[in-house]
Write a protein that binds this ligand. Structure first.
Ligand code: ZN
Ligand code: ZN
Length: 390
């Protein structure tokens, strides 16, 4: 069948389901669940996907609220659409993940409607806890995305931008263990763990000067002693380290570990270090896949696509982008001044304008997926770019 007819069919399929899809977005919005507790969202999305003929599996990679919903026809390439659906405490769906869930569901539905004509496999992955302990990290580590030719997700925001990037992130906790003593009566008997933490901060600040400008280091002291007249026996600091590339971040973190070791040596403390949250890899947006998506977005009438900006955040989609060709564009759903994680964003995430914008994004996602399924040359070029970046 002609490509143009297949495209038409995808768009018609998403349009025909737009009322149900909008209902999904609004129900999720009215019922916000924080990371790890997204059982209502999982049930809603899985029930709908099953009704649409997808084969559903829940609880992947040890994450209870994750799922996959797959449609397959004959042999062919594989495309994944990733849904997020966690909300934030207090401010609800102030990151618009209800819209991400809707858009990825719509894209999977649209692309699945032509599978019998083109062959291949479409999976909607439910990926919980993006805001906290990103489930894409264990899901990627378990190899769930390895066999996919493309993995797509679109995030709502105040700007439409196709080539997103994000920083690799490590979360390290430094615990220094000293020896208590009367701080005035017998200070020479004590080993001051707080001094070690202060030395850690000062020497990390000295280290900053000799790191590339993409690096972000920011920390807090979570324990710093119990009373001024007791030499602090135990002091703890938690830091986030971020950099544009995972390989460089690994170097930075090793330098930071050495700084901590130096602080322990200088003060006589014992040192323990651990990762207190999951590590995120930097987002490597596949340029060719992004360009294909952009072409479809423009053909669908979206004209306000802005040039790439360097994001200083981090996302678990980064880990997916290291195991499969991936994109993570953002789509404008309201005023340009929209800032995520605010009450204003939460309100914007339930407007008809936002739903319409994200359904347009969903169509571009599905049409990009169609290109991946039907164009082996494009598929290979996307794969080559992905492998070259590794
Ligand atoms: Zn967020
Ligand atoms: Zn978000």
């Amino acid at each position: 069948m002609q490509l143009e007819l297949l495209r038409q069919r995808i768009i018609e399929r998403i349009d025909a389901q737009s009322t149900q899809l909008q209902e999904i977005a609004l129900k999720l919005h009215a019922h916000p669940e924080i990371g790890g507790e997204e059982y209502f969202a999982q049930e809603l999305l899985c029930t709908y996907a099953a009704q649409q003929g997808f084969e559903v599996n829940k609880g992947l990679a040890g994450v209870p609220t994750s799922f996959s919903a797959t449609r397959k026809s004959g042999e062919g390439a594989k495309v994944a659409f990733l849904a997020e659906y966690d909300a934030l405490p207090e401010v609800g769906h102030a990151c618009g993940h209800n819209l991400i869930a809707m858009a990825s569901t719509a894209a999977a539905l649209g692309l699945a409607s032509v599978l019998d004509s083109v062959g291949g496999e479409v999976t909607l992955f439910g990926t919980p806890s993006e805001e906290t302990n990103g489930a894409k990290v264990p899901m990627a580590a378990a190899g769930l995305f390895d066999t996919y030719d493309a993995a797509l997700i679109v995030h709502p925001g105040g700007r439409t931008c196709v080539d997103a990037s994000s920083l690799a992130l490590d979360a390290i906790e430094f615990t220094f263990l000293g020896k208590p003593a009367h701080a005035a009566g017998a200070p020479h008997e004590g080993i001051n763990a707080l001094d070690a933490v202060i030395s850690l901060f000062n020497n990390l600040n000295a280290l900053r000067q000799h790191l590339t400008s993409d690096v972000r280091i920011h920390g807090i002291i979570t324990e710093g002693g119990v009373a001024p007249n007791i030499v602090p026996e135990r002091a703890v600091a938690r830091f986030y380290f971020r950099a544009a590339e995972r390989s460089y971040l690994n170097e930075v973190v090793e330098k930071a570990r050495n700084v901590a070791r130096g602080a322990a040596l200088a003060t006589g403390c014992r040192l323990e270090m651990r990762n207190f949250e999951l590590s995120f890899d930097n987002l490597r947006s596949n340029r060719l896949l992004a360009a294909t998506f952009k072409g479809h977005l423009e053909a669908l009438g979206v004209s306000d696509i802005e040039p790439p900006s360097k994001s200083m955040g981090s996302t678990d989609m980064g880990n997916v982008s290291h195991v499969a060709p991936a994109i993570h564009p953002s789509m404008r759903i309201g005023p340009r001044t929209l800032v995520s994680h605010t009450h204003e964003f939460c309100q914007a995430a339930a407007t008809p304008e936002a739903v319409a914008a994200m359904l347009t994004a969903a169509k571009a996602m599905a049409l990009t997926g169609l290109d991946v399924l039907t164009n082996p040359e494009l598929r290979q070029q996307i794969r080559d770019e992905f492998l070259a970046a590794r």
